[in-house]
Design a protein around this ligand. Structure first.
Ligand SMILES: Nc1ncnc2c1ncn2[C@@H]1O[C@H](COP(=O)(O)OP(=O)(O)OP(=O)(O)O)[C@@H](O)[C@H]1O
Ligand SMILES: [Mg+2]
Length: 254
């Protein structure tokens, strides 16, 4: 039902931070900045576990509830990953007591009676074309989302003047996310290393550095785009090869 106590609350409608508060989330300073920013291109270059997916999920839910008729798309390198954020959004939606009733709800999309929709996209750009008037496009694990995917989805924001929020830990000096995070124009960039996250202890970080080595640590926790200087292949490219869904010739199921 449109117009219940939650949806007619002006403070909630005007400020996504109030929505976070209702969900029991006390945003870190940078998360508060995300919730209140109006930048049309926002690049969150963050440590692992900093809270970037959580805060983007709040943004998505706020747009759906308070911008009637809006379309919000959640993208990631794979549908499994975009569904993960979608699940967080629907969990928050239920926790609030479904302030706007759902017209339809399944594991990948939520359509509300106010005409808004939230859709979790598959990672394949060939099947993601065709959404119009997108108000908010959130790309999670953006450093691993190929340039072709961005090229396919960006036009969906053209007519609506919609917003693009890209969030990721760095993954090598390549691709559109690296460009966005290091660009001086077009994007508002927020960098959040693990040292600025109150939930990640110095002891844990020391352990991680020890076990994963400096190259991985700088990217995973330090927000640094590291290239493999002095070596012919970039370790991230090698990792990308082994992460492709190619069955090994021998010893198939592992
Ligand atoms: N402001 C906050 N207060 C308390 N807990 C938080 C806050 N923000 C995030 N968290 C919690 O921190 C954990 C990591 O959050 P989240 O999954 O959003 O991080 P992430 O940056 O997307 O991590 P990853 O890089 O692993 O995807 C989750 O358990 C989440 O509930
Ligand atoms: Mg995440």
């Amino acid at each position: 039902m449109i117009g219940n106590a939650l949806t007619s609350d002006l403070a909630l409608a005007a400020d996504p931070a109030v929505l976070a508060q209702r969900l029991g989330i006390v945003p870190d300073p940078w998360q508060l900045d995300v919730l209140r920013s109006t930048d049309t291109r926002l690049c969150l270059c963050c440590s692992r576990q900093a809270g970037k997916s959580t805060i983007s999920a709040v943004l998505a839910l706020h747009a759906a509830l308070y911008e009637p008729g809006s379309v919000t798309l959640i993208a990631a390198p794979s549908q499994r990953q975009s569904v993960e954020m979608f699940r967080t959004i629907t969990r928050y939606y239920r926790a609030l007591g479904r302030p706007v009733a759902a017209e339809s709800e399944n594991t990948q999309s939520l359509a509300l009676e106010n005409g808004s929709r939230i859709v979790s996209l598959p990672g394949d750009e060939r099947t993601t074309r065709g959404y119009a008037s997108v108000r908010l496009l959130i790309i999670d694990e953006a450093a691993r989302v190929p340039d072709e995917f961005l090229a396919a989805v960006r036009p969906m924001l053209a007519v609506s003047g919609g917003r693009l929020v890209a969030l990721s830990t760095p993954w090598g000096q390549r691709g559109w996310f690296h460009q966005a995070a290091t660009s001086k124009r077009g994007w508002r960039v927020m960098r959040v290393p693990a040292s600025e996250c109150p939930r990640i202890s110095a002891e844990f970080l020391a352990e991680e550095l020890e076990s994963m080595g400096e190259w991985n640590f700088k990217q995973e926790y330090g927000c640094e785009f590291v290239s493999a200087s002095g070596s012919y292949f970039d370790p991230a490219d090698i990792a990308a090869l082994s992460s492709k869904a190619v069955q090994p010739l021998f010893g198939g199921q592992s």
